[in-house]
Design a protein around this ligand. Structure first.
Ligand code: PEP
Length: 254
């Protein structure tokens, strides 16, 4: 049975004072059925882990370096994130794939480093609007999955997030049939590569303009095990609404 996961990505937003939103979230949802995770700016992870360490929420980073240490000014390694109190890290987000030219091989190396440090790697895949219009979506997802996911992936150290680039921060979302097609395809590919046991245990998140008003129908789609949420994760009321919809959704996404 895959536990549902509501994951937020604060991106480059938030200072110490904003951790009060986490307090509000936990006050409103003290005992969620789903796993709750916020991937914070690296500067907040240690404080959040200290303040909310015994509460039902986990914290993660938004990227890491593939190397564990060295002369890489400004970068953060997976062991450093773990040391700060992170349990997860987002890798291969489209804002990094496009903005920093991160390719599949690099994402795979980062994921390997994350897994070696005991972190769960949340690997993002997703097509551009051009790819979708050219009907390249599934081929692109296949390439990103085989290129970015290490052979050592398991249901415990990997979460896979489908994030169509054109849906991120735009208010646009795919149709439920489009989400179902991609999630079924990802599940099938995982099962083919890793076997049914591992393939069925990896959680698949949908990400891209998820909000309280559309969350329930997205979580009804089979093989959607939760969401990766950007903008709507910044406010406790919005993220809490999404969490409530996830808690109420059918087991294992339908
Ligand atoms: C994201 O950036 O991962 C994301 C899903 O953003 P938003 O929810 O704001 O579309």
């Amino acid at each position: 049975m895959r536990q549902k996961l509501a994951a937020g990505n604060w991106k480059m937003n938030g200072t110490l004072a904003d951790l009060d939103e986490v307090e509000t979230l936990l006050t409103d949802h003290p005992d969620p059925a789903s796993e709750m995770l916020l991937c914070l700016p690296a500067t907040l992870i240690h404080s959040a882990a200290q303040r909310f360490g015994n509460r039902p929420i986990a914290f993660g980073g938004q990227d890491c370096r593939a190397e564990d240490s060295g002369a890489f000014t400004g970068d953060i390694s997976a062991p450093m994130l773990a040391d700060a109190g992170a349990s997860h890290v987002i890798l291969g987000h489209s804002e990094r794939r496009t903005g920093y030219d991160e390719h599949n091989t690099l994402v795979r190396a980062k994921a390997r480093a994350a897994m070696n440090a005991g972190l769960v790697a949340i690997i993002c895949v997703g097509e551009s609007l051009e790819d979708r219009e050219a009907e390249n979506t599934l081929d692109l997802i296949a390439g990103q999955m085989s290129g970015s996911i290490p052979d050592t992936a398991t249901g415990e150290n990997l979460v896979l997030a489908y994030e169509p680039i054109w849906a991120i921060g735009t208010g646009l979302t795919p149709t439920m049939d489009q989400i179902a097609e991609v999630h079924d395809y990802m599940r099938e590919r995982l099962e083919r590569r890793f076997g049914a046991g591992v393939g069925r245990s990896v959680r698949l998140l949908y990400g891209g303009s998820v909000k309280p008003s559309n969350a329930a129908e997205i979580f009804d789609v089979p093989n959607v095990d939760g969401a990766l949420v950007g903008g709507a994760s910044l406010k406790a009321a919005d993220f809490g609404g999404i969490l409530a919809a996830l808690d109420a959704s059918p087991a294992e996404g339908g």
